[in-house]
Design a protein around this ligand. Structure first.
Ligand code: ADP
Ligand code: MG
Length: 289
């Protein structure tokens, strides 16, 4: 393709809300063989609703403490938990920390609180009884995201959430399949919900409970096997993978670090524009080869 053809394609993409951040991106895109999709907030809405609240009653007002902790987090599950507290009083949190793909922690009134996934609880040496584990495991088999809430090293409660597939996820995947591309899902979420969402998409290649660096490692392995990888993600936890991929793509509202790490930012909130993007890259480069 001539520089002029690329300029024309870049401008046309820009008019559709597709921001291309480099001169060779169309050429790289035209060679794409594998598309890796993040789950939460990418092919799901990222607006989960709470379906289950289990209060183990070891500490009073566990939802209030969980909401207070989550108020400082930008994660979609955090916003749902804050919403569930329905504007009630939030407690002061000291030493707040967010661990991407895992959860959040902080001190509330001298107590140490955590909210996040089961692997995060294990990492933080929280004691989980077999009964508590089975509550979480049951929610996972129901295809739910599970947030465990701990206080001073013991579980205070468990929250189950459901996040629907986006309406444009299946059209995106159908379009990618028609192009003969391999498709995988990577998620920091649990195995049960990952399998549930993958099944709804007809995708068998799915990996769960991955931290941000593990997502990037999967991409590195694909590239080492000779795949040309496009990664689509939205969160802080996707930033290393977006950087590692041959082409990183964000769609719609993504976290600032994700947008910075991606070579393509689709500003319009429509997953189908990924197919538009791939089509225009092959129009630019198929004739020349
Ligand atoms: P995905 O890779 O699908 O986008 P994330 O990596 O963002 O998912 O999150 C993975 C898991 O980490 C979530 O399902 C949740 O259990 C946990 N998690 C991450 N951030 C938070 C948070 N702020 N509060 C509670 N749990 C969290
Ligand atoms: Mg995500």
């Amino acid at each position: 393709a001539t520089p002029l053809a690329i300029l024309v394609a870049t401008t046309a993409a820009g008019r559709k809300g597709i921001l291309i951040k480099g001169g060779d991106i169309f050429e790289t895109l035209s060679g794409t063989t594998t598309v890796v999709l993040d789950k939460t907030g990418t092919i799901t809405r990222g607006k989960p609703s709470i379906t289950d609240l289990h209060d183990f009653a070891r500490s009073p007002a566990f939802l209030q403490h969980a909401a207070s902790l989550e108020a400082a987090s930008e994660h979609p599950t955090a916003q749902a938990i804050v919403g569930a507290w329905k504007g009630g009083e939030l407690l002061k949190v000291d030493h707040f920390r967010a661990i991407p793909g895992r959860g959040v922690s902080g001190m509330i009134a001298g107590e140490s609180w955590l909210a996040g996934s089961e692997p995060f609880m294990k990492q933080e040496a929280v004691a989980i009884t077999p009964e508590e584990h089975s509550v979480a495991a049951q929610l996972e088999t129901e295809g739910k995201t599970v947030v465990l809430v701990a206080c001073n090293g013991g579980l205070a409660g468990v929250i189950g959430l459901i996040d629907d597939l986006r309406d444009d996820a299946l059209p995106l995947i159908e379009g990618l399949r028609k192009k003969g591309l391999s498709i995988q899902i990577l998620t920091g979420d649990n195995r049960g919900v990952a399998d549930y969402i993958a099944a709804r998409c007809g995708i068998t290649d799915v990996q769960a409970a991955l931290g941000p660096l593990e997502k990037a490692a999967v991409i590195r392995e694909l590239k080492a096997k000779g795949e040309c990888v496009m990664m689509v993600g939205d969160g802080i936890n996707d930033a290393p993978a977006l950087t590692e991929a041959d082409t990183g793509v964000t769609v719609g509202q993504a976290s600032g670090i994700a947008i910075e790490s991606a070579g393509v930012a689709i500003l319009k909130d429509d997953l189908r524009l990924i197919n538009t993007l791939l089509d225009s890259s092959s129009k630019c480069f198929s004739v020349i080869r």
